[in-house]
Design a protein around this ligand. Structure first.
Ligand code: BES
Ligand code: MN
Ligand code: ZN
Length: 509
């Protein structure tokens, strides 16, 4: 071969992630700006900023509300000329319906801010003032900042003219510098994960993903180790190598380390499925099922986003992230149906469907992770279509070998407003993955309970470590946009995992 396939691909990455500067302000209404965002609730008088603007505009907001021409309902909005047209303040005012004030939680702070910013950025605005904080708890002000950044990242990264006009400055009323810093870290880290997923598989493949991970590690001060195919062979990671064997692009394993805790303290492990493209292999997917399979490394991308945030936040806990990276392709060297692989753990697995490759990659990745003696472990994977059948597009499935640990993940998810739902792990499911020729097989009996049989397979590789498996096949990648986000990568579970890890740092402090 005269040229490696990667050389025929564009080396340059899409433009940098959006980076407006975020500042606080105590005078949102008199701040000279292009537009100010104010919220309207149905169970509360006008907020301080809305009332001040109403005064400056001679009661326009009150009149519009009285005449029913503007609504306080969640999801409603109206853009009106602001006091800044002729004097001080903002040129435009975005009136944002927020529904019931009592129900405004952290998730609302994040997604309503993102909704508002997405409404605005189809037009150029140099400076946007967000005056939603007065309707929210100050502990949720970081979520406003994160939501604003979230709005500025989408899937149209290869449009020659971006449909998103990134403002130069975003002014967040009432937010203190700590909240702003934290929100920027969270928002950027979610967007890092989303960008990795939205880029095509010809750009993001195991080696380039690993390069990106190591760049990020350097930037934020994480330890980083990359195992190439030679090291993977030395480490007996035969399962990862098998999945990658059909591809021109060899597999990788990335280990990121954050030493924020006591030296010697057992780390928390987070593990991600990083199948950079899932063609199904010889059990090939139909075109419709393959079209979005660049998203099959979303678990690994979440690990990167989460580790980045943990490092930048300086969380006082030891955390190790693992990304198992392989491309599932078809060629003369693909792994085959009927193959038996001895995994790194020593357990043998029979391959009866090469499209059930995520669990195969994770078998070795989880085994490497438990070698670091973690106190607990979470894995994230776009693992099964069956989980989407069970829970739909928006909800992640949780499966566990330790209920108490699973409950801590559920409560972190509840605080961040990322929907999760637990599926059972009864012993009876173990029967379904018994193999006639090897210790276990990589599919269940028929398609029933497919999310659970996949988790049961993984359970074989986690030893005694308290472990939670999160199947993000549904929420990781969206077919269609919503008011608060573009279609494509969602960055799901970055917020939840950061919160989960921070909670553990607090409880041991
Ligand atoms: N990556 C897919 C699961 C998936 C499907 C993720 C749709 C996101 C959206 C996974 O590798 C897969 O192909 N799973 C198979 C398993 C089956 C062969 C047992 C599936 O779900 O059909
Ligand atoms: Mn597959
Ligand atoms: Zn897959």
């Amino acid at each position: 071969m005269s040229e490696s396939p990667s050389q025929s691909q564009p080396k340059s990455l899409p433009p940098q992630l959006p980076a407006p500067s975020f500042v606080g302000t105590d005078h949102p209404v008199t701040e000279k700006s292009d537009v100010i965002i104010v919220g309207l609730c149905d169970d509360a008088p006008l907020s301080e900023s809305a009332a001040a603007i109403d005064g400056l505009l001679g009661g326009v907001i009150t009149n519009l509300l009285e005449q029913g021409k503007v609504s306080t309902d969640l999801g409603e909005s109206m853009l009106i000329p602001g006091p800044g047209i002729s004097g001080d303040g903002a040129t435009l005012v975005l009136l944002l319906g927020l529904g019931t004030k009592k129900k405004l939680d952290r998730e609302a702070a994040f997604s309503q801010t993102s909704t508002a910013i997405r409404l605005l950025v189809s037009k150029p605005h140099r400076k946007i003032v967000i005056a939603l904080g007065e309707l929210l708890q100050s502990s949720d002000h970081d979520a406003i900042v994160a939501g604003a950044l979230f709005a500025l990242e989408g899937q149209s990264i290869y449009r020659t003219k971006s449909p998103i006009n990134v403002p130069e400055t975003v002014c967040v009323a009432g937010a203190n510098p700590t909240a702003i810093d934290r929100g920027v870290i969270l928002g950027e880290s979610i967007n890092v994960a989303r960008r990795l997923v939205n880029e095509p598989a010809s750009v993001v493949y195991p080696a380039s993903f690993a390069d990106r991970a190591s760049d990020i590690a350097k930037e934020v001060g994480l330890g980083c180790e990359v195992w190439d195919e030679k090291r993977l062979a030395e480490e007996n990671c035969r399962a990862i190598l098998a999945v990658g064997s059909g591809s021109e692009k060899p597999p990788r394993l990335v280990i990121l380390r954050h030493n924020g805790g006591r030296p010697g303290e057992a780390p928390i492990a987070i593990v991600g499925k990083g199948v950079t493209f899932d063609s199904g292999g010889l059990s090939i997917k139909p075109s419709d099922g393959m079209v979005d399979m660049k998203c099959d490394m979303s678990g690994a991308a979440t690990v990167i986003g989460c580790m980045r945030a943990i490092a930048k936040l300086g969380v006082k806990k030891n955390v190790i992230g693992f990304c198992g990276l392989a491309e599932n392709m078809i060629s003369g060297s693909s792994y085959k149906l009927g193959d038996v692989i001895q995994t790194r753990s020593g357990k043998t697995i029979e391959i009866l469907n090469t499209d059930a490759e995520g669990r195969v990659v994770l078998s070795d990745t989880l085994n490497v992770a438990i070698g670091h003696n973690p106190s607990s472990m979470v894995d994230l994977a776009t693992l099964t279509g069956a989980c989407m059948v069970a829970l739909g597009n928006d909800v992640a499935g949780l499966m566990t070998n330790d209920q108490a640990t699973c409950d801590t993940v559920s409560s972190a998810a509840a605080i961040e407003g990322e929907p999760v739902w637990q599926l059972p792990m009864f012993k009876l499911y173990d029967e379904k993955i018994k193999s006639k020729v090897a210790d276990i097989k990589n599919i269940g009996e028929g398609r029933w309970g497919g999310a659970i049989t996949a988790a049961k397979f993984l359970e074989n590789f986690v030893g005694d470590v308290p472990w939670v498996h999160i199947d993000i096949a549904g929420p990781a990648f969206a077919d269609s946009p919503k008011p608060h986000r573009d279609a494509g990568a969602t960055g799901v579970m970055v917020r939840t995992l950061v919160r989960w890890i921070e909670n553990q740092a607090e409880s041991t402090a």
